[in-house]
Design a protein. Structure first.
Length: 147
């Protein structure tokens, strides 16, 4: 590949920053190399938007947004953990407070406090997880059914 084309492609990847929201928030920034969104409806007909981002690390991050713009669920899957502090927004403290002592990034963790639930597991090269706000889920939507 000619050097100038490679430089342009690398530059495009570096500036592919997308505005999106962390759990319970409306807007933060994440460095994504690809993004998509699709309108969806819960089994009960409640509308929401599914957002998908691929990070430069190869990890896929998903967010599900209610019609009012708030993010009611997030998920991740890939070779590296995303920035969970950023992804979980104000609910990151739940993970800090309730994760078992000594639990590393590869441990299976399921924590909740009634307002948010965070589930994370994996091992080196294969991490996945999801978090959701039960009170904001669209009617009829089971968060465990979100891909």
């Amino acid at each position: 590949m000619p050097r100038s084309l490679a430089t342009v492609l690398c530059g495009l990847c570096a500036v592919a920053t997308s505005a999106w929201a962390g759990l319970g928030e409306r807007q933060i920034e994440v460095d994504a190399v690809r993004q998509s969104q699709a309108a969806r409806s819960s089994p009960a007909g409640a509308p929401y938007t599914a957002l998908s981002y691929e990070l430069a690390s190869g990890t896929r991050v998903q967010a599900w947004r209610a019609p009012d713009g708030s993010i009611f669920a997030v998920g991740w899957d890939g070779p590296f953990l995303p920035d969970l502090r950023r992804l979980l927004g104000p609910h990151f403290g739940l993970l800090e407070r309730q994760a078992p002592a000594g639990a590393g990034p590869a441990a299976h963790v399921l924590v909740g406090d009634g307002t948010a639930i965070v589930e994370s597991s994996g091992r080196l090269g294969a991490f996945s997880g999801r978090a959701w706000l039960p009170a904001l889920l669209p009617a009829g939507l089971d968060p465990r059914a979100l891909p």
